[in-house]
Design a protein around this ligand. Structure first.
Ligand code: SAM
Length: 192
């Protein structure tokens, strides 16, 4: 598939970019001077590839090794040299701090355990989002921020509450209604 000038290879084992991916990628395209960027849950690498145009360096991570392989391939075929990819369960294998962390998380509040469920299931009590919020601050530079997609199905209030508990402030900076849900782009900053 194509996203603007980018060619993005897909396969059955990795989340194929769709509405939520495109909403975030389009927002990201409008941002300049991104500095050092982390793309959490990179999947095909779409966000990392888009960010790479305006970033110093991009690190894409995913818990799914097949996603990491695919994202590397996608960077290569698009001639992108400032993006690298590693397997990591959230921040487990991430040591650095970033100016921007992008996250299009698995956002359905279900406990699915079937193969591939990491693509959509964040746990009934939003466990993935809670673990991410708990550790994100240790990986943000001063004035760094987070850009994240969620759905009305995830629950905007609940997600805001999680980040507020970890002393972030949350603002919805983008919104798109589709037949079965509303997607939100959240800008999340450390409370000053
Ligand atoms: C909704 S997909 C988004 C993929 C891609 N960023 C996009 O925008 O199309 C969520 C991604 O998060 C990854 N993921 C799920 N749990 C994770 C975890 N604990 N640590 C890292 N990545 C995870 C999934 O493998 C999947 O690639």
């Amino acid at each position: 598939m194509r996203f603007g000038a980018l060619e993005i290879l897909t396969n059955d084992e990795v989340y194929e970019p769709r509405g939520d991916s495109f909403l975030l990628a389009e927002f990201l395209e409008g941002m300049k001077d991104l500095g050092d960027v982390l793309d959490m849950g990179t999947g095909s690498g779409i966000q990392a590839l888009v960010a790479s145009k305006n970033a110093k360096n991009v690190l894409g991570v995913d818990v799914n090794p097949e996603a990491v392989k695919l994202a590397r391939k996608n960077a290569k075929i698009n001639g992108i040299r400032n993006a690298s990819f590693v397997v990591s369960d959230l921040f487990e294998n991430v040591k650095e701090k970033f100016d921007l962390i992008i996250f299009n998380p698995p956002y359905l509040p279900v406990d699915d355990k079937i193969k591939g469920a990491e693509q959509w299931s964040c746990g009934k009590n939003l466990e993935i989002i809670k673990r991410f919020a708990r550790d994100a601050k240790n990986h943000l530079k001063e004035n760094g921020n987070i850009l994240m997609v969620i759905s009305s199905i995830t629950g905007l209030k609940g997600v805001k509450k999680i980040f507020e508990e970890f002393e972030f402030k949350v603002e919805a900076v983008g919104k798109k209604k589709i037949p079965w849900e509303t997607l939100y782009i959240l800008e999340i900053k450390i409370k000053s």
